[in-house]
Design a binder for this molecule. Sequence first.
Ligand code: HMG
Ligand code: MG
Length: 306
Amino acid sequence: MADDNFIRLVEVGARDGLQNEQRALSPETRVQLLTRLADAGLQTLEAGAFVSPRWVPQMAGSDQVLKQLPARPGVTWTALVPNLQGLEAALAAGCREVAVFVAASEAFSQKNTNCSIAESLNRVHAVMTRAREAGVKVRGYISCVMGCPFTGEVKPEDVAAISASLYQMGCYEISLGDTIGTGTPAATKALILACNQHLPLSALAGHFHDTYGMAIANIYAAIEAGVRVFDSSVAGLGGCPYSPGATGNVATEEVVYLLNGLSIKHGVNIDALIDIGVFINAELDRKVTSSVARALLAKRSNRSLS
Ligand code: HMG
Ligand code: MG
C-alpha cells in the first residue's frame, strides 16, 4: 500500500527548466546535472524531450543525454514526446518511460503543438498503442489547467474531461500543469475535486509554475486534497517557450523545505540540491531565484564567517 506520508518528486529541471533558458547546454552538462540530482535522492527525472529542435532548440541532443545516462536501480529517466516520431526516437535512445502532453486550451494547443486538442489526443492514442507494444510506461501532462495565456479562463470540468481521456487511454499518472502560474489554493482544490470524479487521487500529480508566487501555497492545498506526487525543477529553472511571461517551475529546494516542515518523507537531500542549484545557475549565467536557496546559502556564508 502507498505510504500516505511519502511524496514523490518528479524532477523536471533538465527538461521543463532547460527548454526555456536562453543558453542551450551541452548533452554532457545535462548528464552531469541529472546524475547529481539522482545522487541527491531524486528517483524520477525528466531527462529531455524528443520534440522538434526547430520548435525547442534547447532540447536538441536529448538522444545523447538519454544514451549517456547510467542505468541506476530505483531511478527512472523519462522524456517528453509529442507524437509517434518522438516516441520512436525515445525508444531508440533507450527510454523506458515517456510523457505525453495535451493542453486544456485550444489556443495554447495550437501554439505549443500546432494542432487542436482533439488532434493532440489522437496523437496520444497513437503513442499509447506503440508504447504498450514496447512495454513503456506513459505519463500524461495537461497544460493550462488553471488559465491560458491567450484566452484566460479554463474550466475545471474541461480539464477533468481531458484527464479522464488520458487515464482511459492508459496514462498511469496525469500531471496537472499550471503553466502560467495563475492558480490559487482554492482553484487548486476545486480542480483536484473535479478530476477526482473521473480518476483516483493516486493517479494525479501537481505541476506548478511560480509566476505569481503561488506554487508552494498550491502544493500545500493539493497535499491537503490528497495528492502525493509533485513536479519541480532544481533552482526554479524553467517556464514554457509558448507561454509569454511564465517563470520557472516551483524550485525543488522549496518543495523539499516545505515537506521537511510538514515531516513528510521524500528522500531528497536539501544541501545537495543547493549545491546543484549553484552549479546549474553558474552554467546558465543565471542568478539564484529560489528564496530557500538564497536563505540557505546566506546561512552557509554566515557560518563560514563566524
Ligand atoms: P509540426 O511542425 O506541426 O510537425 O510540429 P509536422 O508533423 O508537420 O512535421 C514538421 C517537421 O517536424 C518534420 O521535419 C518532422 O520530421 C519534424 P522536416 O520534414 O520539415 O524536416 N518533427 C519532429 N522532429 C523531431 N521530433 C519530433 C518531430 N515531430 C515532427 N517529435 C510538433 C509539431 C509537435 C513536432 C511541434 O509542434 C513540437 O515539437 N512542439 C513541441 C513544443 C514543446 O516542446 N513545448 C514545450 C513542452 S510542453 C510544456 O512545457 C508544458 C508542460 O511542462 C506542462 C505545463 O507546464 O503545462 C509539460
Ligand atoms: Mg511546465
